[in-house]
Every structure is written in structure tokens, then in C-alpha cells.
Design a protein around this ligand. Structure first.
Ligand SMILES: Cc1cc2nc3c(=O)[nH]c(=O)nc-3n(C[C@H](O)[C@H](O)[C@H](O)COP(=O)(O)OP(=O)(O)OC[C@H]3O[C@@H](n4cnc5c(N)ncnc54)[C@H](O)[C@@H]3O)c2cc1C
Length: 202
């Protein structure tokens, strides 16, 4: 994959990645990521990147059929603020994530001080997630307070996502668990009832 800026000789791209599930034992050391040493963590992340068929497919499509194993990984780094300890990884500064628990504390871009606005992924946005998209949208919203002609692009949401977001918002307003947890619980209860009836009838 080509990168538009010069990252150095022979360097074609720079990636960042996030460990989404840090509590499940990994494929190399059999330990959850959060309990790995720094070198175990790196082994695990690189092995999981290399094992990803989806990523390999994406790289092949972008490089005329050449897959991930045909490119060298020149350098891999772990987020520099993390402290590794057998009891878990701790950051120097806790990472802000917009969750149901932090939602009520998110500030708007406009403040009570007329010439002070806030921008950043931690502010209230339609993107509704601590991300680069959220940061960009917040910047536009903040600029729009001073420059009304600034355009805040609406988030693209396919119909299915709009519907599930709407249901999830309703669940959130009622302080119910996440919509997927509720669907999972209903499916589980349905299966249990079905199984029970099957056993009772037979
Ligand atoms: C490891 C990691 C991986 C991520 N991966 C993704 C991803 O794949 N996709 C995605 O969309 N998002 C990702 N994110 C989240 C994304 O990076 C953030 O949501 C986004 O950068 C937030 O932008 P921001 O402008 O609000 O804040 P920041 O990018 O944090 O910018 C704040 C800036 O303010 C500076 N600053 C702080 N205090 C002061 C001060 N007193 N004076 C002057 N400057 C100061 C900081 O140095 C920093 O440069 C990731 C985050 C991390 C940590």
C-alpha cells in the first residue's frame, strides 16, 4: 500500500492497530494480551496480523496479488505510554473512550465563554465514538460556531445501522443493556425454552 508522504527509503506504509479483545488467550503464548510481557505482546500482535486473511486479501487487492508475507515489517512499536506488568497493562494517562458511562460528561463545542470553543474526539458529536472521525467532526462543529459557512458533513449510516442505532439509543435511554446483549439473551432464552419443550415432549 502506498503512503502519500515520505516515511523513509523502502517504507511503503505506516499502520496503527488496536487490540480489541485483550482478555482472550492468544494464539502464540496462550495468554490474554493484557497479561503479556512487552515482547510476548509484540509476538502475539504480529502473529495475529499475519494470520488475518481479510488483511492479506486487502493487501493483495492493492498490490497486484502480492500478499502480506511478501512485504517485510521493518519496525513494530508498542504504544510508548504503556507499562507492562503481569497483573495487567497500565497507561501513564488513562485512555478516554466514549462509552455509555462517559456519555453524560461529554462537553459540547460551545461553552459559556463566548470566545472559547472546544474541539476534540471527547466532545459531543454525531460520530459518537472516540475516533479520528469524531475529532474531525468536532473541529468542524467548533469552527462553525465562529464561521457559520463551515460545513459539518453528516455521518453516513446505512439504513440497517440507522435502525439498530435507533433501537440502541432507546435501550440506552431506558438504562437497558446493549441491544446485542439483549438480542443474545432473548435468543438464548428462546433456545432454552425450545430445548425444554423438546425434552418434556419426548
Ligand atoms: C493506540 C491508539 C490507536 C487508535 N486507533 C484509532 C484508529 O484506528 N482509528 C480511529 O479513528 N481512532 C483511533 N484512535 C483514537 C484517535 O487517535 C483519537 O480519537 C483522536 O486522535 C483524538 O483526536 P483529538 O484531536 O481529540 O486529540 P489528540 O489527537 O489526542 O490531540 C490532542 C493534542 O493536544 C496536545 N496537548 C495536550 N495537552 C496540551 C497542552 N497543555 N498544550 C498544548 N498541547 C497539548 C497533545 O499533545 C495532542 O497532540 C486511536 C488512539 C490510540 C491511542
Amino acid at each position: 500500500m502506498a503512503f502519500p508522504h515520505d516515511l523513509g527509503e523502502e517504507v511503503q506504509s505506516l499502520w496503527t492497530c488496536t487490540a480489541c479483545v485483550a482478555t482472550v488467550p492468544g494464539i502464540v503464548h496462550g495468554k490474554p494480551l493484557r497479561n503479556c510481557t512487552k515482547s510476548e505482546f509484540m509476538d502475539e500482535v504480529l502473529a495475529q496480523i499475519r494470520a488475518s486473511e481479510a488483511l492479506d486479501g486487502m493487501i493483495r487487492r492493492a498490490n497486484g496479488g502480492r500478499g502480506l508475507e511478501e512485504f517485510a515489517i521493518l519496525k513494530a512499536e508498542v504504544w510508548d505510554e504503556w507499562e507492562f506488568d503481569p497483573s495487567g497493562i497500565t497507561p501513564e494517562q488513562p485512555k478516554w473512550v466514549t462509552t455509555t458511562n462517559t456519555r453524560d460528561h461529554r462537553p459540547c463545542q460551545a461553552t459559556s465563554i463566548p470566545n472559547l470553543v472546544l474541539a476534540g474526539a471527547h466532545t459531543e458529536t454525531e460520530a459518537d465514538i472516540w475516533s479520528i472521525e469524531g475529532a474531525v467532526e468536532s473541529g468542524r462543529r467548533a469552527a462553525k460556531i465562529f464561521e457559520p459557512e463551515v460545513v459539518v458533513k453528516p455521518q453516513h449510516k446505512p439504513l440497517a445501522l440507522k435502525f439498530t442505532s435507533w433501537v440502541d439509543d432507546a435501550f440506552f435511554a431506558l438504562r437497558l443493556p446493549h441491544v446485542l446483549s439483549v438480542i443474545g439473551a432473548l435468543v438464548g432464552a428462546g433456545l432454552a425454552i425450545g430445548l425444554y419443550e423438546l425434552i418434556v415432549r419426548s
